[in-house]
Ligand binder design. Sequence first.
Ligand code: NAD
Length: 476
Amino acid sequence: MSDYPSLHLLIGGDQISGDGRKTEDVLNPATGDTLAALPHATSDDLDRALDNAEQGFREWRNTSADKRASILTKAAGLIKERAGDIAQALTREQGKPIGEAKGETMYAAMLLEFYAGECKRLYGRTLVRPEGSRVEIQYHPVGPVAGFAPWNFPTLNVMRKIGGALAAGCSTIVKPSEETPASGIAIVQALLDAGVPGNVVQCVFGVPSDVSEHLLASPIIRKLTFTGSTPVGKHLAKLAADDLKVTTMELGGHGPVLVFKDSDVDNVLDTMVSNKFRNAGQVCVSPTRFLVEEDVFEKFRDGFVERAEKIKVGNGLEDGVQMGPMANARGVDGIQDKIANAVDKGAKLLTGGERIGNQGYFHQPTVLAEVPTDADIMNEEPFGPVAILNPMAGEEAMIEEANRLPYGLAAYAWTQDPARRRRLAAEVEAGMLAINTGGVSAVDAPFGGVKWSGYGSEDGREGVMACMVPKTIHEG
Ligand code: NAD
């Protein structure tokens, strides 16, 4: 599959396209060329998927945990075997460098492996009362799950939507992003090839708001899981509330990075500059506001700019490219608006700031400094290759600025002071805090946010438990 694959829905295990269904073009963000036509599900298709999911749930929840584990483990193996081909399609439709695309896909497989193991550890507990009665707490799969995944991590996000649910014993209908459909189809196909029944994992596409309204209006769906922007998340949470569906929301962030003068500045830069520009900054946990103690600000600023200017931008399929195009035209337009607004408000543009060329959606790695708090980019997630570097007076001011926004997904801190690390762990409002490391994700640890960054967890044991509900049996 070195060329881009043909696209289809996966309903009841069948690959569905054509028959007069509407289609939309999928574009290559590096060239602007059309890769393929993606069929949209009709209303009947969605109803069929719902009926299948209802039936599939009855079968899958009664499939033994051992069998579920062995099928999911086999699927993880297939994804690993196919990762090279999947990455080719992922880079073509999303833009990221091929190495990142393959790494993401291998990570999605590892996450599934972890979930496969977890489904054998879904224990309840028993409370034995002294007078002889007992209370048994069981955990049951919540029911059919509707998952909506975005385009920035097209294989991993799809896995996060369905992996924990499948381990828990739920059936799933996933809608990957229409902008990156091949990656999602490949993940679902691997699950089907490994033996997940066709009514247990299904994949649909369409106009996002039409698909979500249709699926969420159905009482068959018992859980909604969404990754994307905060406004869309709030809208979907309201739709789910009408039927009191269980909900997991993984929304936007505005990652603060607290750099203290007692840190090794070169080490911070070596880790965090590449982290900032990974996936052209289109990462929900991207480090965005670098809050740097005044004493080391100049050194940090100069080192940041030097490294940013060395980043090789180009087509993600080419050797040595470190940053691909942005994934879509609206991303480039949004970043351009935010940079212009920041400069207008008095920010210093230290490097970058421009689109690259007129083909595809390339943008320069950009560094802004001394950005005033009222600039849009200080308040709205940039979701692009822009870093904000601001000098700060000390710990208290840094924590206050870190917590100023309604977002609370990932935060980062660099300091050698153990007492300060404990204070930061207690006071920084974030779902994930990375101290002296750039990593906030591990298959066996929960991933999710607080405040407007959402609620509920993916990954880790919590990612499976988020798809289960307790049932308490009282025995006299
Ligand atoms: P968006 O929220 O409009 O879209 C994100 C994803 O949600 C897309 O895949 C889209 O197909 C889907 N979506 C949109 N409306 C939907 C609906 N009514 N029902 C179901 N699915 C729907 O955002 P965007 O324009 O693609 O990106 C803009 C912003 O979204 C970014 O700046 C960023 O803040 C946020 N975002 C966050 C993540 C994340 O990982 N948390 C991922 C992508 C985008």
